[in-house]
Design a protein around this ligand. Structure first.
Ligand SMILES: Cc1ncc(COP(=O)(O)O)c(C=O)c1O
Length: 506
């Protein structure tokens, strides 16, 4: 038996529960596509062509388009990665300038490299204490957009589930006649579902006291919280609005991340007339396989059908699971499930270990090794689980029980450890492309100050660059990288664990 296949079978037959992507959660009931080999083809007569679609693929794309409401939707079989590469390449001229969030996925940086772009960054902000990236605000855009900027690129939701005000940001961009690209790889489920509060809990509440300064919705949430006698817990009643309906010019969705679709499947949606579609299509042809998998494409189509027919119940289940986790862990003394006041997307469950001596990595390992729970990632003092409407009650219960049990063995300690803060905007001396292509040499940490980076250094996951080729190492950055390594975090781009690749000095 080939090893890769055998390992997959071993995992499928094991008791390891997936609290991570993909959205189908290895749950066979989520798809009729069992025995995928029987339908594994690429382009043959009568089956249309992804790169020049006019038949069954076009029809399937139109179904997806109708569901999301863009002007045009294309299927992606090389993940959101290919969507981001194509969007950035199409929206900005070669050697042009783009304004982007620093916490952008590496595919954005790869596009900047391939097209020799000048990247201007929005200020990098973290959520205090959790050390996770915050969203970008409309003010950030207003203050940093300059005349040479040809497009704005933001990630919303972030990997951790925090959303930007896309409507306002799109308006700012459109006033200047430039497109807004939203990497919503983690937000394909947004915009679906009815407000949970109306469907279930709302009816249980006998009277809603609508105060003058409050909306009906927030008064209803208060009433539901009162019902549960836990006024401190703000319930999730819906998922955020979709970036497509908020006016973004290009939106990229990884359907595989939070919806029941196969890994690598994604969508790119175009709206308005600021994007040249033929040019975008050219880049999609360049960055995607010339043998697109029909198994992947039909997985997208089935996923769209599933959301058309059962999207509301999918979201209702997600909200139910999320509110259960929030409510049933609310007595934990040390472990804190971060709630709706910080995290907009109910599918992202961030557990903070901030008030203990435990690290995120240690909690992640305990959950995996002692409870058979595979989480999405560990951060410095957080872990991240992804839940979807295809989770099983048993998996959610196991997660809640694990957290409450682990919490019992912990005691609150005042967190005196000051987390290293990275100034995420080191001085820049060269463009990404020139520095990445330059001759490089290994430089030990001790000698790296003032040297120009020739390689990305990322904290993974989610892979936000600490430094980008062309930027200059400062003492602060070197100290932070050393501290991440000492904490056992996965820092990528380090040479022999004790140095960096820098542009060779003449
Ligand atoms: C924010 C963001 N954008 C884009 C991507 C790339 O998505 P894909 O894995 O579908 O290529 C990822 C992957 O994790 C991501 O987190």
């Amino acid at each position: 038996m080939p090893e890769l296949y055998q390992e997959l079978i071993n995992l499928a037959e094991s008791d390891m529960y997936p609290l991570h992507m993909p959205g189908h959660k290895r749950n066979e009931l989520s798809t009729p596509m069992k025995g995928a080999f029987r339908c594994d083809i690429t382009e043959i007569d009568g089956y249309d062509n992804l790169h020049d679609e006019s038949g069954i693929i076009l029809e399937a794309e139109e179904r997806a388009n109708k569901l999301y409401g863009a002007d045009k939707t294309f299927f992606l079989v090389n993940g959101s990665t290919s969507g981001v590469l194509s969007a950035v390449s199409a929206a900005v001229s070669k050697n042009g300038t783009i304004l982007a969030a620093r916490g952008s996925h590496k595919s954005f940086y790869h596009a900047a490299y391939l097209r020799n772009l000048n990247v201007k960054y929005l200020p990098y902000k973290q959520i205090e204490g959790l050390n996770i990236p915050d969203c970008v605000s409309a003010d950030d855009i207003e203050q940093n957009i300059e005349d040479d900027v040809e497009a704005v690129f933001i990630t919303s939701p972030t990997y951790e589930g925090i959303c930007s005000d896309i409507k306002k940001i799109a308006e700012i961009c459109h006033k200047r006649g430039i497109p807004l690209i939203v990497d919503a790889a983690h937000g394909a489920h947004f915009g679906f579902g009815e407000k949970l509060i109306k469907k279930s809990d709302y009816s249980k509440v006998s009277s809603i006291d609508i105060q003058d300064n409050k909306s009906i919705e927030s008064s209803a949430i208060d009433a539901v919280n009162k019902l549960y006698k836990e006024p401190s817990i703000i319930e999730y009643v819906s998922v955020p609005e979709n970036a497509v309906s908020q006016g973004a010019d290009i939106v990229i969705h990884s359907v595989h991340k939070t919806l029941p679709s196969m890994t690598q499947t994604a969508l790119i949606h175009i709206s308005g007339n600021l994007i040249d579609r033929a040019r975008l299509k050219r880049f999609l042809r360049i960055y995607q396989s010339s043998s697109p998998s029909y198994v992947l494409m039909s997985s997208i189509d089935l996923c769209i059908k599933e959301m058309e027919e059962n999207g509301n119940s999918y979201i209702e289940k997600l909200l139910k699971y999320r509110n259960r986790i929030q409510r049933e862990t609310s007595d934990c003394k040390v472990l804190k499930v971060i709630g709706k006041n910080v995290i907009d997307d109910p599918s992202k469950v961030i557990v903070s270990v901030q008030d203990s001596t435990m690290t995120g990595e240690q909690l992640y390992d305990i959950l995996r090794e002692e409870y058979g729970l595979q989480l999405e990632m560990a951060g410095e003092n957080t872990v991240l689980a992804i839940i979807t409407g295809w989770d099983k009650e048993e998996g959610i219960s196991r997660f809640i029980n694990a957290l409450t049990e682990i919490d019992k063995g912990l005691s609150v300690v005042e967190n005196t450890q000051v987390s290293p803060k990275i100034s995420f905007l080191p001085p820049k001396k060269m463009n990404i492309c020139d520095a990445w292509d330059a001759e490089s040499e290994y430089v030990p940490f001790i000698d790296a100050e003032s040297r120009i980076a020739a390689e990305f250094v990322n904290l993974y996951p989610p892979g936000i660059p600490i430094i980008v080729p062309g930027e200059v190492y400062t003492k602060e950055i070197i100290d932070n990288v050393k501290s991440y390594i000492n904490q056992g975090l996965n820092v990528q781009g380090i040479e022999k664990k004790e140095g960096f690749l820098c542009v060779r000095q003449k």
